[in-house]
Design a binder for this molecule. Sequence first.
Ligand code: SAM
Ligand code: SF4
Ligand code: SF4
Length: 374
Amino acid sequence: MTERVIPIADQRYAAALPHIPTLPIASTGLLADTLGRPLRDLRISVTDRCNFRCGYCMPKEVFDKNYQFLPQGSLLSFEEITRTARLFAAHGVQKIRLTGGEPLLRKNIEVLIAMLSELATPDGEPLDLTLTTNGSLLAKKAQALKDAGLQRVTVSLDALDDGIFRRMNDADFPVADVLAGIEAAERVGLGPIKVNMVVQRGTNDHQIVPMAQHFREHLGGKIILRFIEYMDVGETNGWRMDQVLPSAQVIARIHDAFPVRAIDANYTGETAERWRYADGRGELGVISSVTQAFCHDCNRARLSTEGKLFLCLFATQGHDLRSLLRSDYSDEQIASAIGLIWQGRGDRYSELRASQQADTGSGAKRVEMHYIGG
Ligand code: SAM
Ligand code: SF4
Ligand code: SF4
C-alpha cells in the first residue's frame, strides 16, 4: 500500500492520504486487521472543544484562550459523518459512540443522532448508538437526545466531593449539575447508564468508595460505575506511572467496603472487566488500560472531528478520509480505502507499553484525547 503524508492548512497531526485499491474491497462485514481483529466499534469525535479543562485531558496551561481549535469548515458535516458511518456499518461496525471534546457542545447534535439512528448492520439490525459526555448539559438535553434516537449515555464523573470535582474539571463546575444530568438521562430512558471515573492516585483515589456507595444507593443501583486507569494519552497531561492506581487495587478497596464478585464479559472486545456487588446492589467495572492491555481484541476505530481515521488511541498518524469525502469518490471506492486501511492495521500500543517496547519518547506527536475522543 502506498501512502503519502500530505500537509493540510489546519493540520495538527500527521495524516496519510488513503490509497484507493484497484480491486474493490467488498463490504462483507468480515474485515480483519493483520492480527485478525474485526472492525466493530466506531468512535466519532464531533467537536474538539470542551467547557471543562480536566487536567488529564485538556490542561488549562495548554488549552488556554490562545489555543486554536479547529475552524468550523474543517469539521465533518453531519452528512459526511453519516455517510462515513454507513460505510463503516457495511464493513461490520455494530456500535457507534459520539464523543469529543464535549459532544453536547456540537450545535444540533440531535439532528446528527436522528440521521445515525437510521443506519443498520448488513443484517438489518439497528446500530448500538451511544454518547460519552461530561454531563454538564445533559439535564437540559436528555429528552431531545432520547427523542432523536440515542439509546444510551456514558457520563464522566471523577468525584462526588464538590470541591475535588470543581478542581478536577478546572471550570468550577458543580457536581450537583452532573448528578442532575444523570438523573434526567435515567428518567427519559437513556440507560443502562455508565458513569466513568478516571482514577488519579493522590488526586481522587479517596473518592473511589464514596462513588461506589453513591451509585449503589441511588437510582435503584441501575447505574454502572466504571473506574478507568489514568492513561498516557496525548502529549500534554504530564502523565506519570506513579499516578496510576492499578484496577486490582481499586477492586480491593471496594471489596473491603462492599464485597464484590467477578462476572463474565458481555461480548468479546469489551474494555471493562465486570464485577457485581455480592448483595445484589448492581454492577461496576474496571478498565485497566495500563496494567492489563486489551489490544488483542481491540476492534475500535476512531474518527476525528476533521475526518481523520485513527486505528489506535496512541496513534501518531491518521488517515485523511475527509479528503476522499470531499472529492468525487464513490461509496465503493471510499469503502475500499477504509477496508485497505483496516487490513493493514497492526496497532497494539498498550501491549507494547506493558512489555516496554512502546515508543513513549518524543518523535511523532501523539494524538490528544479531546481531539480523538475516548
Ligand atoms: N467530554 C466527554 C467526557 O468527558 O465524557 C467526552 C470526551 S472525553 C475525551 C472521553 C473519556 O476519556 C472521558 O471519560 C474521560 O474521562 C476519558 N479520558 C480523558 N483523558 C484520559 C486519560 N488521560 N486517561 C484516561 N481516561 C481519559
Ligand atoms: Fe472535556 Fe471530556 Fe476532556 Fe474533560 S475529559 S476536558 S470533559 S473532553
Ligand atoms: Fe486498542 Fe490501541 Fe488501546 Fe491497544 S492501545 S486497546 S490497540 S486503542
